[in-house]
Design a protein around this ligand. Structure first.
Ligand code: NAD
Ligand code: UDP
Length: 314
């Protein structure tokens, strides 16, 4: 049976890939976005399809839609974007999530929340397991996002316990790939654009902090597997690539792959920037039979190609 699927934040980086894949699989897609960080260009190639609808809407306001499943991705993900209007960020994660859960409760739709590794804050446990409660600064510049996403998880669980809503929580770790915005500000898009423009790479701190990078196609597969998993498995589940790199290693790798002449500038580390991050994906492997298949070199090659095309066309 054809499912009608709502994807909030559907015109963003991850949302547009999810729209594309779920549309290709024969579903009816409603893509909802307020275009804060998303772009119509990301979904322009889907617009002619009879089973694709675009709704311009801000999830902090209620909306009435009839759907079978909801992927709630609406929320800026890059630190510069979520810190641009922090009050709006937390409203999106609290009022927005209440509105999304309201649709799920009324229509009995299954709802998957795009949570984040930021719920672990600057972690004292490494790698991070889902059972770890995290170390988050509740009053820092990242808290609009970190505490917002923690509140969103709380709402998912309370609507499940109190109202019987079929909820799922996926904790997404750093993901990259084509359709990241040129002004996104996250590390992989920044470094690639800097090398392609022969600018120096901006490494914050001494480059010894770590992240683990997941290619977008692997992430989309993981999110869909989570949505389609047994109802008694509701997470949270970590979805990410467990291969860890220092930011300096990443910078050198991108310089070498693009064969550019860029050097590295060391700039101050932003406040509360987590020192290390790497997912433990044992649960995703066991419960979803999922693990990432794209290594960093392969994923970077595709992403570099994408940005080369974008920069040439502008
Ligand atoms: P993105 O910024 O490209 O996409 C977010 C989308 O949500 C954009 O299209 C934006 O316009 C839309 N949006 C923002 N606020 C909205 C609102 N109030 N109402 C309606 N639409 C709104 O970011 P992304 O990387 O695609 O991230 C998607 C989701 O995944 C986010 O919820 C993010 O927190 C989560 N996530 C992403 C990563 C990652 O590495 N990409 C990591 C952890 C979590
Ligand atoms: N970073 C960097 N240079 C940049 C952008 C980011 O050194 O131009 C660092 C940032 O300080 C962090 C890591 O790269 O330690 C990942 O940052 P990003 O904004 O991509 O995601 P985060 O995991 O911090 O949300």
């Amino acid at each position: 049976m054809t499912k009608r699927i709502l994807i909030t934040g559907g015109a963003g980086f991850l949302g547009s890939h999810l729209c594309e894949k779920l549309l290709r699989d024969g579903n009816d897609i409603i893509c909802l976005d307020n275009f804060f960080t998303g772009d119509k260009k990301n979904i322009a190639h889907l617009m002619g399809a009879h089973n694709f609808e675009l709704v311009r809407h801000d999830i902090i306001n209620p909306i009435y839609l009839e759907v079978d499943e909801i992927y709630n991705l609406a929320c800026p993900a890059s630190p510069i974007h979520y810190q641009y209007n922090p009050i709006k960020t937390i409203k999106t994660n609290v009022m927005g999530v209440i509105n999304v859960l309201g649709i799920a409760k009324r229509t009995r739709a299954k709802v998957l929340q795009a949570s984040t590794s930021e719920v672990y804050g600057d972690p004292e446990v490494h790698p991070q397991k889902e059972s770890y409660w995290g170390k988050v600064n509740p009053i820092g510049v990242r808290s609009c996002y970190d505490e917002g996403k923690r509140a969103a998880e709380c709402l998912m669980m309370d609507y499940r316990r109190q109202n019987g809503v079929n909820t799922k929580i996926a904790r997404i770790f750093n993901t990259y790939g084509p359709r990241m915005a040129v002004n996104d500000g996250r590390v992989i898009s920044n470094f690639i654009i800097q090398t392609l423009q022969n600018q120096n790479l901006t490494v914050y701190g001494d480059g010894s902090h770590t992240r683990s990078f997941c290619y977008v196609d692997d992430m989309i597969e993981g999110l869909i597997k989570m949505m389609n998993s047994d109802d008694d498995f509701f997470g949270p589940v970590n979805i990410g690539n467990p291969v860890e790199f220092t930011i300096l290693e990443l910078a050198k790798k991108i310089i070498q792959m693009t064969k550019c002449r860029s050097k590295i500038d060391f700039l101050p580390l932003p406040a509360d920037d987590p020192v290390q991050r790497k997912p433990d994906i044992t649960i995703a492997k066991d419960k979803l039979n999922w693990m990432p298949r794209t290594d960093l070199t392969e994923g970077l090659l595709k992403t570099i190609d994408y940005f080369r095309g974008i920069l040439q066309s502008t």
